[in-house]
Design a protein around this ligand. Structure first.
Ligand SMILES: NC(=O)C1=CN([C@@H]2O[C@H](COP(=O)(O)OP(=O)(O)OC[C@H]3O[C@@H](n4cnc5c(N)ncnc54)[C@H](O)[C@@H]3O)[C@@H](O)[C@H]2O)C=CC1
Ligand SMILES: O=C(O)C(=O)Cc1ccc(O)cc1
Length: 306
């Protein structure tokens, strides 16, 4: 593959930025990659493992002369960091982000980007429960979606170039409107994370009563919850605070359904439970038969309906 951006600056050196770096190197997408993280300890860790061609001690130095600047930091600090970098951006450059929420990022970053610089928001829908500079790997984005949410009027060439870049990192790229993105992700990612956090919290309370049994005898479903509930607290705090309306909308619907299932259990309404579980099983089988289970950890290997 060929170079798409001569110089890329990664701001924030955690899971997503480090995975982008290794994937860029794997596929030769950038000639030089600079990096910056707020804490000196993270910058030192990055230097130790050879993450970035040059790790800078100031954000201004990192973005200077960059053709692409990637904000790979928690959603809650995007606006403040955009304000810091705004005056140092090169005319003609593109700024993007990888935040899990899009409307809030557009509102908080957009105003700090000079007229001469393009801003194309993005979200790779790929990740793990791990964080920090050591956690990245080049294959993270392979065959996963990257969603771009350019506001109306965004330069089409800048969007097309960023699309090619994410395709070069291994992703399938789709464009969508930011509010739609936030609602879809509230259903598929944000509410499920909150449910996992809650379930693990409930089990932890119970553990005090039953000693270590909750963990010792946990079945696969609960283990999956504990994996998700190990995700970075700062990142997820910011996701819920910035995608507030969509998350509350989905949680409201979730609670209604949960109450209906609770009532069916209390009244012994087996037909309700059976119908409900039959419907949800059909959804899972439909996803697999349509070959859309690209987010499964064993993607790429033969799968049979479960
Ligand atoms: N972890 C995941 O599975 C996914 C995360 N995302 C999004 O990507 C973004 C980054 O997430 P991760 O890489 O997982 O996080 P991470 O916690 O691994 O890394 C975040 C980095 O940002 C730095 N940072 C924090 N505040 C900063 C500031 N004010 N200035 C400069 N650097 C700062 C931290 O030092 C750290 O290096 C978040 O917005 C998240 O919503 C998107 C897709 C998946
Ligand atoms: O680890 C998992 O199961 C995830 O769901 C990863 C993830 C977390 C946040 C995102 O915005 C996108 C993907």
């Amino acid at each position: 593959m060929s170079v798409i951006y001569d110089r890329v600056a990664l701001i924030g050196l955690g899971l997503i930025a480090s995975s982008m770096f290794w994937a860029m190197k794997r596929n030769g997408l950038a000639r030089e990659v600079t990096g910056y993280a707020r804490s000196a300890a993270t910058r030192d860790a990055a230097r130790r493992i050879g993450l970035c061609d040059h790790v800078c001690d100031t954000v201004a130095e990192a973005v200077k002369d960059a053709d692409l600047v990637v904000l790979a930091i928690p959603v809650g600090v995007m606006g403040a960091v955009a304000a810091e970098i705004g005056p140092h951006l090169k005319p003609g450059a593109t700024v993007t982000d990888v935040g899990s929420v899009k409307r809030d990022v557009i509102e908080n970053v957009g105003p700090h980007i000079p007229e001469t610089v393009h801003f194309v928001p993005g979200h790779p829908v790929a990740g793990t429960e791990h964080s920090g500079p050591d956690s990245g790997f080049a294959e993270l984005f392979d065959n996963r979606w990257c969603l771009l949410t350019p506001p109306e009027g965004t330069d089409l060439t800048a969007v097309a170039e960023l699309r090619r870049f994410w395709e070069g990192l291994g992703s399938n790229v789709e464009e969508m409107e930011a509010d739609h993105h936030d609602l879809v992700l509230a259903v598929t990612s944000h509410a499920p994370h909150l449910i996992a956090y809650t379930m693990v919290g409930v089990a932890d309370d119970l553990r005090r009563v039953t000693d270590s049994e909750v963990i010792q005898y946990s079945a696969a479903g609960f283990r999956d919850f504990t994996r998700i509930a190990a995700s970075d607290p700062t990142m997820w705090r910011d996701v819920f605070l910035t995608n507030k309306d969509a998350t509350l909308e989905i949680l409201g619907r979730f609670t209604e359904e949960l109450f209906a299932l609770q009532r069916a259990i209390r009244t012994g309404d087996g037909a309700h439970l059976h119908d409900y579980f039959t419907r949800t099983r059909a959804i899972r089988r439909g996803i697999i038969e349509a070959g859309q289970d690209t987010a499964a950890p064993n993607f790429g290997r033969a799968q049979k309906p479960v």
